[in-house]
Design a protein around this ligand. Structure first.
Ligand code: 5AD
Length: 366
C-alpha cells in the first residue's frame, strides 16, 4: 500500500486515537522513510508518555546473575556452545550485595537476569527471591531467566518476584526456528508467557529488531501479537551480531527491510518506530530504552525516550563479570549504562528535559 504524505500523517492520528491499525497500515508506517511522518509518530508517542508519566524515567537495576545457559540460540553470545567466554554464577551473597549497592543508589526495582539455568537452580532462585523481597520490601523484583516450568514460575512468584521479562523474539514459527535450535519451540515460549499471566506476574515480552531473516511481515505479526497479549512491559532492542555466533558477519550483508540503509540504521529506525507504535497502542506500558539501543548509538537512551520509552535499566552487576555477559559485541556496560554512572545518566536525561524517578513504577492502567 503506497500512501501519500497526508494519508501517512492520518495513520499516526488514527493510531493515537484508536490505539490500533490494520496490518497493512502498520506495514506502511514501518516502511515509511519520510522524516516528517516519522517525527510526527515519535511526537505523538512522546506526548502520550508525558501525559501519562510526566517527564519521569523509571530506573531498574539490572543484575546479570549468570551467563551459564542450557540453550543455544543462534544469535546470542552466551549460547551454550560458545567456548570463548568464562562462565560465572554469582553467589547469593554477591547478588544481595548488588541489590544493597543499588538500594543505596536509589534503585527500587531489581531485575535478576541470566542465561537459562537447569531446574536444579530453582531452590537457589527461590531463596534469592525470598531474601531480596524480605530485605527490600519497598522494592519490586523482576526476573528475566527464560523458559521455566509451571512449578518454577509459581514458586518464584510466591517467593516475592512480581514481574517477569521473556521476549517472544518473533511470532512467526518459521522465523523462530531459524533463530533457535530444534529443541526450542515458539509454542513453549508462548505457553510460558501464558503461565506468567496465570500466576499474576506483570509480564514483559518483545523482540530483537533487525534480526536475521526478519521480514517486515514478521514485525507486523509481532505488533499484532503484542497488542493481543497486552504485556505490562515491552522490550525492543536492535539485533547486534556477536563474533562467536553464526551471525557474526550479518551486518556485512545488505539491509533487507529498508534497502539503502545499513543494518545499523535500519535497526535503529525500526526500533524507534516500534517504541512509538507500542506507546500509542498501549499507553500505560513500561518500555525501556534498552542497552542494545545505547550500544548502537551513543545517544540511544535519548532517542528511545524521545520516541516514547519511559524506563532505563542501568547495570548493577559486579564490574568484574560484566564483560562475560556478552549477549552481543561491544555491549555497553559502563558510563550511563552502569549503576555507578547515574550522574552521567542524569545529565543525559536533563539534556532532553527529563529526570529519573525513584518510584518503583508499577504498571497501572489509566
Ligand atoms: N543482539 C541483540 N539482542 C540480543 N539478545 C540476545 N542476543 C542478542 C543479540 N545478538 C536479546 C534477546 C534476549 C535478551 C535477553 O537479549 O532478545 O531476549
Amino acid at each position: 500500500m503506497n500512501l501519500n504524505f497526508p494519508q501517512m500523517k492520518e495513520l499516526v492520528m488514527k493510531l493515537h486515537d484508536e490505539r490500533r491499525l490494520e496490518a497493512c497500515e502498520y506495514r506502511s508506517l514501518l516502511l515509511c522513510e519520510d522524516r516528517s511522518v516519522i517525527e510526527s509518530l515519535h511526537e505523538a508517542a512522546r506526548e502520550t508518555a508525558v501525559r501519562k508519566f510526566g517527564r519521569n524515567i523509571y530506573i531498574r537495576g539490572l543484575v546479570e546473575i549468570t551467563n551459564i545457559c542450557r540453550n543455544d540460540c543462534l544469535y546470542c553470545g552466551i549460547r551454550k556452545s560458545n567456548g570463548n567466554i568464562p562462565r560465572y554464577l554469582l553467589a547469593e551473597d554477591e547478588v544481595l550485595g548488588c541489590c544493597r549497592n543499588g538500594y543505596s543508589l536509589g534503585f527500587r526495582t531489581f531485575v535478576l537476569q541470566g542465561g537459562e539455568l537447569s531446574e536444579s537452580s530453582d531452590g537457589m532462585i527461590e531463596r534469592l527471591c525470598r531474601k531480596i523481597s524480605g530485605e527490600f520490601p519497598d522494592c519490586a523484583l523482576t526476573l528475566s531467566l527464560g523458559e521455566r516450568s509451571e512449578d518454577s514460575y509459581r514458586r518464584f512468584r510466591e517467593a516475592g518476584a512480581s514481574r517477569y521479562l521473556l521476549r517472544h523474539e518473533t511470532i512467526d514459527p518459521g522465523h523462530y526456528s531459524m533463530l533457535h535450535p530444534e529443541r526450542m519451540s515458539l509454542e513453549n515460549r508462548l505457553h510460558c508467557l501464558h503461565l506468567l499471566k496465570k500466576y499474576g506476574y506483570q509480564a514483559g515480552t518483545g523482540i530483537m529488531v533487525g534480526s536475521p531473516f526478519q521480514s517486515v511481515g514478521n514485525i507486523v505479526g509481532d505488533i499484532i501479537f503484542i497488542g493481543e497479549y497486552q504485556p505490562e512491559m515491552i522490550g525492543l532492542g536492535p539485533f547486534i551480531p556477536h563474533r562467536d555466533t553464526v551471525f557474526a558477519g550479518y551486518w556485512k550483508s545488505p539491509a533487507s527491510i529498508l534497502p539503502g540503509k545499513t543494518h545499523e540504521e535500519e535497526a535503529m529506525d525500526l526500533t524507534l518506530k516500534l517504541i512509538s507504535i507500542f506507546r500509542l497502542m498501549l499507553p500505560d506500558s513500561l518500555i525501556p530504552a534498552t542497552t542494545a539501543l545505547a550500544t548502537l548509538s551513543s545517544d540511544g537512551h535519548e532517542k528511545g525516550i524521545l520516541a516514547g520509552a519511559n524506563v532505563i535499566m542501568p547495570n548493577l552487576s559486579p564490574p568484574a563479570v560484566r564483560g562475560s555477559y556478552s549477549l552481543y559485541d561491544s555491549k555497553a556496560s559502563s558510563g550511563a549504562e552502569a549503576a555507578e554512572g547515574l550522574d552521567e545518566l542524569k545529565l543525559q536525561l536533563d539534556s532532553i528535559g527529563y529526570k529519573m524517578t525513584a518510584d518503583r513504577g508499577d504498571f497501572t492502567a489509566s
